[in-house]
Design a protein around this ligand. Structure first.
Ligand SMILES: *Cc1c(COP(=O)(O)O)cnc(C)c1O
Length: 364
């Protein structure tokens, strides 16, 4: 759908960062530390619905201490990127999928839905305003963070009658220069991320808050990331704190846990499933038990494992550690299918390869 570009009124900043200063920040931006000149804002209230949509100077917020988000965490978010194309332009990737997921999250958190065209246009308009902030370097992108939170000033426990929707943008470099190193995982025994009937399938800040202690435990055990098991049987592999997982078998087939209920339905996950099916790879969405993972890694039936998400794209899993011991996957480094699927996906995102599914959305 072609949204009216005036959906978000442009109020350009009077004080953009000088170009030389911007260039300096883009040399090695890392992830989530360098922010652009503008932000998108829209408000919702019971009486007026969505209103006051603007692209405006990025600035701090004034938040009343009784804003309900600060107490009851009614907040959801998204994450997507604008990718620099070979001709210097920028393109989004499957942004309408983020819009749909945002609304599924909104429903689960009892928040108002945002019309899909408003979501997509907020991203497009912000990238247009801040396109000079996309790093020129290989793998450089603008990470967009749409989010919405309860802004009513009230301590009662109920869905807020007012919300603020915003998009901020962060210049990001190649997450891992020179290819992703394999990560080590810690299997959380004590903590779970999501239970049936809970909010695991919604992209809400609360899920992340609940995962931090388990992640700290992983770091304490010398691991990079935590991997969660299901909350009922403590047997089935679900996902990492913020990435989905894939398993690659020696017979060439691939599996990933099904997303029903407790697992976040990643758009990277969905895209990889599609690309693998295009290649004729046998792909299964089925539960996979932790014990099976260990046995298969040790017997050689399992060849590779990787995690995936928008931020780090595809990350090989090298070792898996738990109180009962550790096991290594394949050679402990990036396997061939992992490397190939990452290349295929990023080639489409960065405009280096044809886009058979129409995922790339050029910005005019
Ligand atoms: C965002 C997220 C993912 C990855 O989703 P993408 O759409 O691929 O970026 C996976 N798991 C969790 C818990 C997430 O929040």
């Amino acid at each position: 759908m072609n949204a009216d570009p005036q959906l978000f009124a442009l109020e350009p900043t009077a004080t953009p960062l000088p170009a030389s200063e911007r260039q300096a920040r883009l040399v090695d931006p890392g992830f989530g530390r360098v922010f652009t000149d503008h932000m998108a804002v829209a408000r919702w209230s019971d009486e007026r619905g969505w209103h006051d949509a603007r692209i405006t100077a990025r600035t701090t917020l004034t938040v009343d201490p009784a804003s309900s988000v600060l107490h009851y965490a009614q907040e959801i978010f998204e994450g997507l990127k604008a990718y620099r194309q070979p001709d210097g332009s920028a393109a989004l990737f499957r942004a309408e999928q983020n819009a749909r997921r945002f609304n599924r999250s909104a429903q689960r958190l009892a928040m108002p839905e945002l019309p899909e065209e408003l979501f997509v246009e907020s991203c497009r308009a912000l990238v247009r305003a801040d396109r000079d902030w996309i790093p020129e370097s290989e793998g450089g992108a603008l990470y967009l963070r749409p989010f919405m939170f309860a802004s009513e000033v009230f301590l009662g426990v109920k869905p807020s009658s007012e919300y603020l929707y915003m998009v901020i943008a962060s210049s990001v470099g190649n997450y891992f220069k020179g290819g992703a190193p394999a990560v080590s995982l810690w299997v959380s025994q004590e903590y779970t991320r999501a239970a049936p009937g809970g909010t695991g399938a919604a992209k809400c800040g609360g899920n992340y808050a609940a995962s931090l202690l388990a992640q700290s435990e992983a770091i304490r055990h010398g691991c990079d990331q935590v991997v969660f098991l299901d909350a009922v049987e403590r047997r089935w592999i679900e996902e990492l704190g913020g990435m989905n997982v894939f398993f690659v078998f020696a017979d060439g087939s691939v599996s990933t846990p099904p997303t029903s209920g407790t697992i976040l339905a990643g758009i990277t996950r969905d895209s990889i499933l599609r690309l693998l099916r295009d290649e004729g790879v046998a792909v299964r969405e089925e539960p996979y038990a932790f014990d099976q993972w260990r046995d298969d890694a040790q017997s050689g039936r399992l060849a590779e494992s990787f995690a995936c998400g928008t931020a780090a794209v595809v990350t090989p899993i090298g070792t898996v550690n738990s109180p009962e011991g550790s096991f290594t996957i394949g050679s402990g480094g990036a396997g061939p299918l992992t490397g190939r699927i990452k290349q295929r996906l990023t080639d489409i995102q960065f405009g280096r390869a044809p886009d058979p599914h129409g995922w790339r959305q050029p910005l005019d």
